[in-house]
Design a protein around this ligand. Structure first.
Ligand SMILES: Cc1ncc(COP(=O)(O)O)c(C=O)c1O
Length: 482
């Protein structure tokens, strides 16, 4: 099927985009003299632009499209649900789609993560988890706990609370002062490990985990509510956990009564070959935050999975004479009481999104997508590792279908690029060149410069080869431009 738009249509879209659309995290001035890329259609592992040109979607959109594009059965589930019940809130009411999805997610989740609080996005999931932690500790008479630990250069979202947890100084600074309580600990970038643990991955992991204990002691253990960690940290270029890291973190959290939040907005739903990243690495979080892959992007949805223990203070009335019993707002119907989690968003757990999530998970099961990732992740790694022969490739790292390739100026010394070189290399050349060559991936320098890959879970060797060949040719050319 041809997807090419006509010349006039393309020109009109460009004009409207440049005049009225504001792209996220995008330097809009960079489109003053060039076209805004417009993607019009997707099919399987590929998307097509307005000219009909095909691209391998090596980033699954934005770590989202697990089952790939163009699945009519998922689109039909959305359409059926919109006809049946397009919208109803989860504010004191329920609808069957949210109930069924909560039940399914609870059954899939490890341990006693049995309660699902839906949101519409990952940032809202992170925000909700922090709010729950704060209210939970107030409810169990530990009101001084409000601080949140997270790792250096980790991304946890952009709303004010989530941004306070995010560890990327450059995207926080314009919005300061942020809510107080965000505290940084080291990440697990072994390629840049401190010299005293640089030769021993396990010792490095032990050190990084122990730094969490030191931070809790420094801050005052009675003040720390939670730590937010991704199973594999995305920002900085895919840092998997060293062996034993999460087991040590769990011990520390238990010792100090700190909640362990596994931020799986990227790592859940098959990205690492399991429904949840925490399953892969064998740890039990108190909260899992999720979004993205739960619907593979056919509709927006996020949420948090919470243990029975965290729900406990909210499960019973326990009101006293001094507390209001129920406050019911006419027209909406929410029932507030002393043990109500005082938080909600209009579109959270939207019926269409929940129906889409159910259809998405059906595809996972029917096609054994977890099995596909587990069977092929070794081949994906081996194919990407072929790039190690290029002088610009310093490190290839990741797990499952989630990889980062760190670019360096000097392989032997691991010297990275300075800001000017990074600007010229990533924004001046690589981003455009990779796109022009037909590969959607991410060239990112929020930490050291990396290229990130996170393709649909349906990918097989032919797609790995295509990624490798495009990267090889573009990175070879990049080296000549340094
Ligand atoms: C780990 C993590 N947490 C939170 C978020 C924020 O999610 P959203 O963009 O849906 O708000 C992201 C987004 O990429 C993420 O990767």
């Amino acid at each position: 099927m041809s997807t090419a738009y006509g010349k006039d249509e393309i020109a009109a879209l460009q004009e409207k985009a440049k005049r009225h659309l504001w792209l996220h995290f995008t330097r809009m001035s960079s489109y003053a003299d060039s076209d805004v890329p417009v993607i019009v259609r997707g099919e399987g592992q590929y998307v097509y632009d307005q000219h009909g040109k095909r691209y391998l979607d090596g980033l699954a959109g934005l770590f989202v499209s697990q089952i790939g594009h163009g699945r009519t059965e998922v689109a039909e589930a959305a359409s059926r649900q919109a006809r049946e019940l397009a919208y109803f809130p989860l504010w004191s009411y329920a609808h069957p789609q949210a109930i069924e999805l909560a039940d399914r997610l609870a059954a899939m989740a490890p341990g006693d993560l049995n309660r699902v609080f839906f949101t519409t996005s990952g940032s809202e999931a992170v925000e909700s988890a922090w709010k729950l932690a704060k209210q939970y500790f107030k409810a169990i008479d530990q009101p001084a706990r409000y601080k949140v630990l997270s790792r250096s250069i980790a991304y946890h979202g952009t709303s004010m609370g989530a941004l306070a947890i995010t560890g990327l100084p450059a995207i926080k600074e314009p919005f300061e002062p942020l809510p107080p309580g965000g505290v940084r600990v080291p990440n697990t970038n072994f390629y840049r490990a401190p010299s005293f643990v640089a030769d021993d991955l396990t010792a490095f992991g032990g050190w990084a985990a122990d730094e969490i204990e030191r931070a809790i002691q420094r801050e005052g253990e009675e003040s720390v509510a939670a730590i937010f960690l991704e199973p594999v940290q995305n920002s900085g270029g895919c840092f998997p956990p060293p062996p034993g890291y999460f087991q040590r973190v769990r011990e520390i959290c238990d010792k100090y009564g700190v909640l362990l939040v596994s931020d799986e907005v990227i790592c859940a739903f098959g990205r690492l070959g399991y429904y949840f990243g925490s399953e892969r690495y064998g740890y039990k979080p108190d909260i899992i935050t999720f979004a993205k892959g739960v619907t593979s992007g056919y509709a927006p949805l996020g949420g948090m999975l919470v243990t029975d223990r965290l729900m406990e203070p909210f499960a019973h009335d326990g009101h006293s004479e001094h507390q209001s019993h129920h406050i019911t707002e006419p027209g909406v119907g929410e029932r507030l009481g002393p043990n109500t989690f005082l938080h909600g968003v209009t579109f959270a757990g939207h019926p269409v999104s929940c129906a889409v999530a159910m259809a998405n998970l059906d595809v996972f099961e029917k096609e054994d997508l977890l099995g596909n990732v587990r069977a092929n992740e070794g081949a994906f790694r081996a194919t990407l590792e072929k790039l190690n022969d290029l002088p610009i490739v310093g490190d290839v790292r990741g797990d499952g279908y989630f990889y980062g390739i760190e670019l360096v100026k000097d392989k032997a010394t691991r010297e990275t690029f300075d800001d000017d070189e990074s600007e010229r290399l990533l924004r001046g050349f690589l981003s455009h060149a990779l796109f022009d060559a037909g590969l959607i991936c991410r060239a990112d320098d929020r930490g050291d410069p990396v290229i990130q890959l996170s393709p649909p879970l349906t990918c097989t060797q032919e797609h790995f080869d295509e990624m490798e060949q495009i990267l090889r040719s573009v990175l070879t050319e990049a080296w000549t431009k340094i």
